[in-house]
Design a protein around this ligand. Structure first.
Ligand code: TYD
Length: 204
């Protein structure tokens, strides 16, 4: 497996999206093939599941199963083929988000998620995870009222504080691949940290 799998995590409002695009340009400028994708989503089927997960009321276990169904399709049809041909995959959220949102946020706990993770991914994990971390209150202030909030964005600050704790626990458990990005500051400072984290790997 020649390519590298990089994931981007953080609570809603952490501001990761623009940095994903910038990093894609940065890597392409160095001559690398880059696939930018997201979860839930990334394939026609998974994008349809995303619409349901973000829009349709459902119980938490159903939500968990749909997220992993989308992930399976995405892995099989996009991520693994891209890695096999040597591309760098930049994925906006992956399984750490499930531990954080469904596990810590919704209170499902880690055991069922770990079982599904094993089932759907075997031992496969991202090579690098950039975790955009900031306090829940700061992220809430950043989320714009400009667009219709989805089912997650409607949650209160306590929910996002739990999600943040979920990410922190995951970062501790998977310290070798996690890099914490201090996301509270100006975009230029955040970008410097992103480039430093990527350059430190020496992969590109
Ligand atoms: P997000 O990635 O923030 O996209 P946008 O910038 O368009 O809002 O939205 C995806 C939402 O899905 C986000 O609120 C987190 C949630 N989510 C989960 O709850 N579990 C998961 O496993 C994943 C991948 C996402």
């Amino acid at each position: 497996m020649a390519g590298r799998f990089v994931t981007f995590e953080g609570i809603d409002g952490a501001g990761k999206s623009s940095h994903i695009e910038s990093l894609a340009q940065w890597l392409r400028g160095r001559g690398h093939e880059v696939l930018v994708t997201r979860e839930p989503g990334g394939t026609p089927l998974a994008e349809r599941l995303r619409e349901l997960v973000l829009g349709e009321p459902m119980d938490t276990l159903t939500e968990l199963l749909l997220v992993f169904a989308a992930r399976r399709d995405h892995l099989e049809r996009q991520i693994l083929p891209a890695l096999a041909r040597g591309a760098t995959v930049l994925c906006d959220r992956f399984t750490d988000a499930t531990f954080a949102y469904q596990g810590a946020g919704r209170g499902l706990g880690a055991d069922r998620i770990a079982a599904l993770e094993q089932w759907v991914q075997d031992e496969r994990q991202p090579d690098l995870t950039l975790w955009f971390d900031l306090p829940a209150a700061v992220a809430a202030a950043r989320r714009t009222a400009a667009r219709e909030p989805d089912r997650f964005e409607l949650e209160d600050e306590a929910f996002f504080a739990r999600v943040r704790e979920g990410y922190a626990a995951r970062a501790k458990e998977h310290a070798a691949r996690f890099v914490r990005i201090e996301a509270e500051g100006a975009a230029a400072d955040v970008w410097q940290q992103v480039v430093a984290a990527v350059a430190a790997k020496g992969w590109w």
